[in-house]
Design a protein around this ligand. Structure first.
Ligand SMILES: Nc1ncnc2c1ncn2[C@@H]1O[C@H](COP(=O)(O)OP(=O)(O)OP(=O)(O)O)[C@@H](O)[C@H]1O
Ligand SMILES: [Mg+2]
Length: 335
């Protein structure tokens, strides 16, 4: 199967929303470890999607496959106007992958700044080396972006001279300097001291308000409740359930989502559970595999909907979800 590219083609839905990401049947194996088991997803321009789920469920792998930091095993990925059929490395594969990478800005948990470059040099590196922008233009844009993330007075500071929150804001400015159509965040605040988390979330919120399309892996539930258009619950390589935060957080349908929100989150991340008003672990909720009947209704920890503001857009159909085992494709190839 050849690689297809549709250039300058814009797909819109019946409401006129522009499609930024379309993923179909995405699977990823690490050797025999089946990590992504068939993911389908559509994200529209300006949408903010927050991905939650237990450790090891495949959240980071999904983000990394989306911008080809990992080589997806099979499936289709479209970002903007570039479409790649994964697994077939022929034709224009490398060129298309490069184009998709250019369209995605990524912010990691650990900042990943160049330690020997100051803030502004970190921000101009990509535009000059990869996009061949003129240095003066790159500097002008970097100054604007660093000012926007509140670091106008720190442009010549090296990473070692910056706090974690400041470093992460440089990393956001650096990703934005590539003029991405999509920003990917992988637990951007989880390495930060609690008092520094707010300043990074504030910058992310401003980006969202500015219309940036974002996929965020994070258990900052307060942020998700306020900023996300859609929350996706991921478990064991599947997108199990998705919808507006008001639905997924407060009226989860799937037993795995309920179990995560009511058991795993309060136990592993009590602070984040508290943000949703989940205060206690309900030991009576059955294990998901033991559940084979109607939903448990209001069973589980008390969820506090008080003061909840629904920022949701109309609901988008769920992806396929678990549909049994999928065949093992050929070995896992690195790009
Ligand atoms: N580079 C890799 N090589 C081999 N296996 C990997 C690699 N990266 C991830 N995995 C495996 O893929 C599975 C999913 O990992 P992933 O990092 O995507 O989970 P996650 O949902 O992001 O978890 P966490 O919340 O802990 O960050 C795990 O079983 C992990 O061991
Ligand atoms: Mg991860």
């Amino acid at each position: 199967m050849g690689t297809q590219t549709f250039t300058h083609e814009t797909i819109t839905d019946d409401k006129g929303r522009q499609l930024v990401v379309k993923v179909e049947g995405l699977q990823k194996y690490f050797g025999k470890n089946h990590v992504l088991k068939g993911i389908d997803l559509e994200v529209y321009k300006g949408e903010v999607l927050v991905l939650i789920g237990p450790s090891g469920s495949g959240k980071s792998t999904f983000l990394r496959c989306l911008n080809f930091l990992e080589d997806p095993t099979t499936g289709e990925i479209r970002v903007g106007d570039v479409h790649v059929t994964c697994g077939s490395h022929g034709g224009g594969f490398k060129k298309d992958v490069h184009e998709i990478r250019m369209k995605c800005g990524m912010v990691f948990q650990e900042f990943n700044l160049f330690p020997h470059k100051d803030a502004i040099e970190n921000v101009i590196e990509g535009p000059i080396l990869v996009k061949h922008e003129k240095k003066a233009e790159a500097i002008r844009k970097a100054e604007m972006l660093l000012t926007k993330v509140g670091l106008g007075d720190r442009m010549d500071f090296f990473p070692s001279q910056l706090s974690g929150g400041q470093k992460q804001r440089v990393a956001i400015a650096r990703a934005m300097a590539m003029d991405p159509v999509l920003m990917l965040f992988d637990e951007p605040t989880s390495a930060l001291d609690p008092e520094l988390i707010g300043e990074v979330l504030k910058v992310m919120k401003e980006l969202a308000e500015g219309g940036m399309t974002m996929i965020v892996v994070s258990h900052e539930m307060g942020f998700s409740r306020d900023v996300a258009d859609r929350v996706v619950y991921m478990d064991d390589g599947y997108f199990i359930e998705q919808g507006p935060p008001s639905e997924v957080f407060f009226h989860p349908k799937d037993d795995r989502t309920k179990r995560f929100l009511r058991h795993i989150l309060p136990e592993k991340e009590p602070q984040h559970a508290k943000e949703l008003g989940i205060l206690e672990v309900d030991q009576e909720l059955p294990e998901p595999e033991a559940v084979d009947g109607p939903p448990q209704g209001a069973a589980g920890a008390a969820l506090n909907e008080d003061n909840f503001q629904d920022t949701a857009i109309p609901e988008i159909p769920l992806s396929q979800g678990p549909a049994g085992e999928t065949p093992l494709p050929p070995g896992d190839e690195k790009l």
